[in-house]
Design a protein around this ligand. Sequence first.
Ligand code: 6PG
Length: 253
Amino acid sequence: MRTTKFFDSLEELNIFAAGKIVEISNASIHSRGNFTITLAGGSTPKSLYQLLSNDEYKNKIDWSEVFFFFGDERNVLPGDAESNFRMANENLFTTLEISDKNIFRWQTEFKNAEITAVNYELTISKFYEDNNKSIVTMNDCDCPRFDLILLGMGADGHTASLFPFTEALNETEKITAANRVEKFDTTRLTLTFPVINDARNVIFLVKGADKAEALYEVLEGNFQPEKYPAQAVKPVEGNLLWLIDTEAARLLK
Ligand code: 6PG
């Protein structure tokens, strides 16, 4: 099921998003003993992470039962300014004093992106086996089922590091990929659509006028997921929630 909500400001969008994260995390912890979330990178989620780590939300979630993963990562070291882990660490983990045992980042120290991607798949699978979490066989993928996957969307319609016309868009078995992105002359690390679409909940956080054109194509245009990868996010048995500010929604009917 897809739900779309619009907000006049990022602040209002973040307050709603934080409320949903409290709701989903408490329901997950209540019914399954813990809450697995994959964080989005980029700039949009930074203020949401800051909000979640302030006093108002600190006590609304049992953070010791929250296990953090990353939807994607740049192939840089964790202390690099470009690192999605670093952004989350500075704006969420440090303030909340999240234990290292609750954080599972892409181990980019391998430098070889393919090895990092395989290592991350093993890391996720081990966590799910050790905590007898649900692994669902869907199509060709034995996919771990995340309770919540946070995603952003680029002005080109990419999400995570699933960029237009790149190889990882076609992955149907593996849950992680080292994805060559020619336009940035780099290889990015990303979860793949099988595991994203196996999530119980997916929330997109989209703000800014520069996203308006891609957002119109993704939500109201023809189905062309190679060109607009965010269109391929369709949770099989999960809730899909788009949280959008009015600038990004400018072209929507
Ligand atoms: C990344 C993200 C990426 C991001 C979008 C939107 O590593 O950059 O995972 O998918 O969510 O590019 O980025 P902004 O929020 O900065 O616009």
